[in-house]
Design a protein around this ligand. Structure first.
Ligand code: EPU
Length: 338
């Protein structure tokens, strides 16, 4: 039976670095640990919070239930022709997995370099960056059902991936735990360098025919230059989602704001850059007390030291209100608010 600790500080388990405590806390090192934990019905009835790297989370209060920290490790690869299937434990650090793939010349993950968080959390919000989303490399994941103790392997379709969305954030929220994830990668470099900033940085470096490692290095460089490092400045990456609106709404907005940053999507929808909207409301780089928006990327809220979760939350509400009144667009928080 995994050990259950009481009244544990969660400060070091959330990348925002805010203080909050957990009534109960346990670490899971195997699927058997999960089975044993939930064979005691008590843990099925208390509120639960499953934590990976704690990098997509804002704690606004103490958690009165059981925090389950996933620590299942292991990375295995199976080669078949020019495809390689990688299986990684939910508790592996995401970037360690990416570095393993880059180091072995397995292509597909390189654009997702340096995203904070764990492997097990990656399907939940279908993490994405620089033109690639998790779903592009995802094969399946093992899903533990808390109420029955059964484990099912979910394929891509069952995960219902969308933009920062999946079935795990919706109908299965709170009901399952992801224990491992399989990825389908290639041993041939099929690189995606369509994202403007990647191409710009490759040409600046004089690289005409990039390798997998080149792309990973460039992506890491862009991230480091734009985004705060959570080990020194608390943050959860993008705090809001990029809003998606209809073409009709977009046309109206564009007539008032001709330089609005946008990306046309299928089904007559348009994605707006939340960072741009926030910047145009004069919030970029603003600091209020111990919280603020990052100076190089307004979509990222930061904790300069001793911010409380509530302070960060209230700050985000002010941004939502301002963006709504200037552009008529409602920003949705991407991070999980507790
Ligand atoms: N922009 C501004 N001001 C800002 C920030 C951005 O005008 O303060 C403009 C940029 O100039 C650019 C556009 O907005 O024209 C897009 O900016 P960027 O390339 O930085 O990407 P993003 O849309 O703001 C998304 C993801 C990031 C991911 C980047 C790169 C979301 C919510 N965020 O940000 O993901 O790293 O693309 O692909 O989709 C995360 O989810 O935690 C995250 C960091």
């Amino acid at each position: 039976m995994p050990q259950i600790l009481e009244n544990i500080s969660l400060k070091k388990y959330n990348t925002f670095g805010v203080e909050a405590s957990a009534r109960w806390y346990t670490e899971i090192n195997s699927e058997t640990d999960l089975e044993m934990l939930f064979s005691d019905k008590k843990w099925q009835t208390v509120e639960r919070l499953v934590l990976g790297g704690g990098s997509n989370l804002l704690l606004t209060k103490d958690f009165e239930g059981l925090v389950i920290r996933m620590n299942i490790k292991g990375i295995e690869s199976t080669l078949t022709g020019d495809r390689v299937i990688i299986e990684a434990g939910a508790g592996e650090v995401w970037n360690n997995l990416v570095m393993y793939c880059v180091g072995n010349d397995f292509a597909g993950m390189e654009n997702l370099s340096l995203i904070p968080g764990s492997v097990g959390a990656s399907p939940i919000q279908n993490i994405g960056a620089y033109g690639v989303e998790l779903k592009d490399v995802f094969k399946s994941c093992r899903v533990f059902f808390i109420d029955t103790g059964e484990i099912e392997e979910f394929d891509k379709e069952q995960c219902e991936f969308g933009y920062r969305e999946s079935v795990f954030k919706n109908s299965l929220k709170g009901k399952v735990v992801i224990t491992s994830v399989k990825f389908d990668l290639s041993t041939k470099a099929e690189l995606n360098i369509s994202y403007g900033a990647i191409g710009d940085e490759l040409s600046r470096r004089g690289i005409a025919e990039p390798t997998i490692k080149d792309v990973s290095d460039v992506v890491s460089h862009i991230r480091v230059s734009k985004l705060p490092d959570p080990s020194t400045i608390g943050n959860s990456g993008s705090f809001f989602k990029n809003p998606i609106i209809s073409e009709v709404e977009f046309k109206q907005l564009k007539s008032s704001f001709p330089d609005i940053v946008h990306f046309c999507l299928p089904n007559s929808t348009v994605k707006l850059a939340a960072g741009w909207l926030i910047e145009k409301c004069d919030w970029k780089g603003k600091k209020v007390g111990e919280t603020g928006t990052w100076k190089n990327q307004a979509l990222v809220l930061v904790n300069y030291g001793n911010a409380t979760g509530t302070e960060v939350y209230d700050f985000s509400t002010q941004i939502i209100d301002d963006v709504k009144s200037k552009f008529g667009v409602t920003l949705e928080r991407e991070v999980n608010i507790i």
